[in-house]
Design a binder for this molecule. Structure first.
Ligand code: MRU
Length: 334
C-alpha cells in the first residue's frame, strides 16, 4: 500500500484524514480521548476494523488523559457510543478493558505499557486477518471476472490490505486480471471518494458507477460477483453493512450472481441471534441534504438516513473470513 490508514508513534494516533480524500492526503495526530472519539464520529477514520484499532489506541491515551482522571471505563463508554453498528469497535474496547482489569491496582506507567502492547497486537492481528481473508477469497475468483463492490472495505477501512478489496488485491497478486465496478455509495460517497482512490493507487481497473446503475449492469450480464465488507454478523449469518448492500444482495440473487461478504473474526457478534438485533446507526440528515458545502434539498426537509442495512443470510452465497469460507444460505446455480 502506498499509504497508511493509521499509525501509532510519538504517543499519538495518526489518522489519514478520510474526509479530505481524494483531494488531499493528510495525516491528523490525535493525542486525547476526545480527539480520537471525534475522529471516529466524524469519519476521519471509518470502516469497522479501522475504528476498532483506532479506539484501542484511544484507550492507551485514556490512561494519561487529564480530562478523564484515569477513568478508563468512561473512555470505553464514550468510544462505544461513537458508532454503534460496527461490533469491531466494542470488541476492541472489551479486549482493552480485560487487559486493564487483569490485576489491580496497576501502576499507571505499567498499565499504559500493557494497553499499548494490546493495541499494537490488535493492530497487527487485523493486518494478518486481512491477509488470510485475501487468500481465502482469491480462490473464489477467476481470471477475467468483473466484481461489483459497495462502500469501502479496503485498506482505508482496516489496518491491513482490506477485506473485500483485500480479496481483489490478492487475486491480482496471483496473476488474475480483474475489473471492478465501485458504487459511489450515497450519501457519504465512500465508493467515489475512497474506493476509487484506493483502487487507482493500486493500479486496479476500476470504474465508478452511481448506486442506481447497478441493476442495469446485472441485467446486462456484466457482473460476475459482488464482494462487500461487513460491520456486524449475527449468529445466523445475517450481515449489517453500508446502506445499499441489501439492494445489491437482492439484485445478485435475482440474476444468479454470487454475493460474497468478506469479514474478520472481530466482525462476528456471538451475542446476537439474528440481524434484527443489530443496532443501526442513524446519521445526520445534513449528510443527505448537502454535498460538500452545497445544499441540495429544501431547508428543514425531513430526512431518514440509516448508515447501514441488514442483508439476510439467505441472500448471501458465502462469508469469507480469516479462518475459513462459511457457506451462506443462498444457493447459486452453476
Ligand atoms: O460508515 P462507514 O464508512 O464506516 O461504513 C463502512 C462499511 O460499511 C464497510 O463496508 C464495513 O465497515 C467493512 S470495512 C472492512
Amino acid at each position: 500500500m502506498t499509504f497508511k490508514t493509521l499509525e501509532w508513534h510519538d504517543n499519538a494516533l495518526h489518522l489519514l484524514d478520510q474526509r479530505a480524500l481524494p483531494s488531499r492526503v493528510a495525516m491528523i495526530p490525535c493525542r486525547t480521548v476526545t480527539e480520537v472519539a471525534e475522529a471516529i464520529r466524524n469519519l476521519t477514520v471509518r470502516g469497522a476494523p479501522a475504528i476498532g484499532v483506532a479506539a484501542a489506541y484511544g484507550m492507551v491515551l485514556a490512561v494519561n488523559d487529564p480530562a478523564l482522571g484515569g477513568a478508563l471505563d468512561r473512555a470505553a463508554e464514550l468510544f462505544k457510543s461513537t458508532r454503534p453498528t460496527a461490533i469491531n469497535l466494542a470488541w476492541a474496547i472489551d479486549r482493552m478493558m480485560r487487559v486493564a482489569n487483569t490485576s489491580t491496582p496497576l501502576e499507571r506507567r505499567v498499565l499504559r505499557s500493557m494497553l499499548e502492547r494490546e493495541a499494537i497486537t490488535i493492530h497487527e492481528e487485523d493486518a494478518a486477518m486481512c491477509r488470510k481473508i485475501g487468500e481465502h477469497g482469491a480462490a473464489l475468483l477467476r481470471d477475467g471476472m468483473t466484481i461489483l463492490t459497495h462502500c469501502n472495505a479496503g485498506a482505508l477501512a482496516t489496518a491491513g490490505i482490506g477485506t473485500a478489496l483485500g480479496v481483489i488485491y490478492t487475486a491480482r497478486d496471483q496473476g488474475k486480471t480483474l475489473r471492478v465496478f465501485a458504487d459511489e455509495t450515497r450519501p457519504v460517497l465512500q465508493g467515489a471518494r475512497l474506493t476509487m482512490w484506493e483502487l487507482m493507487q493500486e493500479g486496479i481497473d476500476a470504474t465508478l458507477i452511481t448506486d442506481n446503475t447497478a441493476a442495469s449492469l446485472f441485467g446486462a450480464g456484466k457482473i460476475d460477483a459482488v464482494i462487500v465488507g461487513a460491520d456486524r454478523i449475527a449468529r445466523n449469518g445475517d450481515v449489517a453493512n453500508k446502506i445499499g448492500t441489501y439492494n445489491l444482495a437482492v439484485l445478485a440473487a435475482h440474476h444468479n450472481v454470487p454475493f460474497y461478504v468478506a469479514a474478520p473474526q472481530s466482525t462476528f457478534d456471538p451475542n446476537i441471534a439474528t440481524g434484527a438485533e443489530i443496532p443501526i446507526e442513524e446519521r445526520s440528515g445534513s449528510e443527505v441534504t448537502t454535498i460538500g458545502a452545497t445544499r441540495i434539498a429544501p431547508d428543514n426537509c425531513q430526512v431518514y438516513s440509516p448508515a447501514f442495512d441488514v442483508t439476510p443470510n439467505e441472500l448471501i452465497t458465502a462469508i469469507i473470513s480469516d479462518t475459513r469460507i462459511l457457506p451462506g444460505g443462498r444457493f447459486t446455480k452453476a
